[in-house]
Design a binder for this molecule. Structure first.
Ligand SMILES: C[S@@+](CC[C@H](N)C(=O)[O-])C[C@H]1O[C@@H](n2cnc3c(N)ncnc32)[C@H](O)[C@@H]1O
Length: 255
C-alpha cells in the first residue's frame, strides 16, 4: 500500500484546529483500547493527539507522500511513532475493518462515497467522527456545535434488516418472528408476539443494541422490544403491560 502511485488528492490539505481535534477525540470516546483510522490524515495531528493524550493506537492514510513524511516526522517528535502507522494510499482502497474509530475531515460528497465502505467493513459500534461535513441520508447520532459546522458522530449500526424467527427447538413464548426494515440506524417493521401482530412505531439501533416501540391489537396495547444483535442471532426482552419476557430469534435464511 505504501508504494501506491501518487494520484491527485480528492481534496487538499487543511488541518483541523486543535480545539476541534480535542472535541473529536471526546465525542469518539477515544481511549487506550481505541484503534483510530484517519482517512486523509494530513499532518497527522488527530492521531498524534489521540496517541499522546489518550494512549490510543492509530492508522493514518493519505494519498500525498509529502503529508505522510510530515506525519512520520511529527509522530517521532511527539514520541508516539510506535503507536501509529502512516500509509500512503488512496482511502477508497484502504482496508478499514480493524478500526474502532474513523476520523474524517473531507467534504459531504467524499463522506457519502466512503459511507458504503464504512458500513460494510466496520463492526457495529464503530464510532465515526467528521469535522464540518455530513453523511447524506445517514443522520448523525450526535453533533457538537464548534468552529465552522461542528463535529458530527455516527455509530455504525448492526445489520438488522430482514426476517427473524424462533428456532424450531426454542420454547420461547414472547416474540415469535420479526420482520425488520432498516434505514441506517432507523428501524421499522412488524413483529409477531404470541399470535398477534405488532407494528413498530419507532425503532433505533446503536451498534449492537436496538430498541423498538410498537402497537399491538390495533393500537390498544403498547410494546417495547429491546435487544442485541450478535451475528445471526438477536436476543432481548419484550415489555408489554408491565411484564417482561425474554426472546431469542435467528436470521431467517429462507426469506
Ligand atoms: C482536509 S485535509 C484533513 C487532514 C486531517 N485529517 C485533519 O483533520 O487535520 C484532507 C487530507 O486528505 C488527503 N486526501 C485527499 N484525497 C485523498 C484520497 N483519495 N486518499 C487519501 N488521502 C486523500 C489530502 O492529501 C489531505 O491531507
Amino acid at each position: 500500500m505504501d508504494n501506491a502511485a501518487m494520484s491527485e488528492p480528492d481534496i487538499h490539505f487543511v488541518p483541523t484546529p486543535h480545539r476541534v481535534v480535542a472535541e473529536m477525540l471526546r465525542l469518539a470516546e477515544i481511549g487506550p483500547d481505541s484503534l483510530v483510522y484517519d482517512l486523509g490524515c494530513g499532518d497527522g495531528r488527530v492521531l498524534i493527539t489521540a496517541a499522546r493524550d489518550c494512549g490510543a493506537r492509530g492508522v493514518g492514510i493519505d494519498i500525498d507522500p509529502c503529508r505522510i513524511a510530515e506525519c512520520r516526522a511529527n509522530a517521532v517528535q511527539a514520541g508516539v511513532q510506535d503507536r501509529i502507522e502512516f500509509l500512503q494510499c488512496n482511502f477508497f482502497d484502504a482496508r478499514i475493518s480493524e478500526a474502532t474509530v474513523i476520523v474524517l475531515y473531507l467534504v459531504d460528497s467524499l463522506n457519502v462515497r466512503l459511507r458504503p465502505r464504512i458500513l460494510s467493513q466496520c463492526r457495529p459500534g464503530v464510532r465515526v467522527v467528521s469535522y464540518s461535513f455530513e453523511m447524506g441520508e445517514w443522520e448523525a447520532d450526535a453533533h457538537t456545535p464548534i468552529a465552522a459546522n461542528g463535529v458530527f458522530l455516527w455509530i455504525v449500526p448492526g445489520h438488522l434488516a430482514g426476517s427473524w424467527s424462533i428456532s424450531t427447538e426454542s420454547n420461547a413464548v414472547s416474540l415469535e418472528s420479526f420482520c425488520i426494515l432498516q434505514a441506517f440506524q432507523k428501524l421499522s417493521g412488524v413483529a409477531q408476539i404470541r399470535g398477534r401482530s405488532g407494528c413498530i412505531v419507532e425503532g433505533r439501533v446503536s451498534g449492537e443494541h436496538f430498541t423498538v416501540t410498537g402497537e399491538l391489537e390495533n393500537g390498544k396495547k403498547r410494546m417495547t422490544i429491546a435487544g442485541r444483535i450478535q451475528g445471526e442471532t438477536i436476543e432481548g426482552t419484550v415489555s408489554e403491560s408491565g411484564a417482561e419476557t425474554p426472546f431469542a430469534l435467528h436470521r431467517d435464511r429462507s426469506a
